[in-house]
Design a protein. Sequence first.
Length: 121
Amino acid sequence: MYDDFNTCNVSENEADEQRWRPLSTSQATSTSQDEPRRFFRFEREGQALQGMWLGWTSGPFGKLGQLETREGVRTFSPSTVLANHLNKLDEGTLVRIRFSGWRLSKAGRKYRDFAVDVAAE
């Protein structure tokens, strides 16, 4: 380890020549350099998102789901209910996610409910 936090074996000029990437995925772009990731938020009952399930990615506050839609990659923060549905899918599955609305749990807590459909083969 370093004896002094400011001690480094790379000169300032060498450090400037390094290629850097963002540490946080919130600053990153999608796999296509031309298209930024678009964050999608389920807000209204009946709202749906349809496309190919790309799987999970890391976000600044936990895991994020990704779906390739006609408009490009959509990234979203899943509720526990939605994550439980999506964990059953293989990447590449054609899927439709619908926000079914707010529900009350047996414990009296409010949560977002979702319906997840897969394309018939």
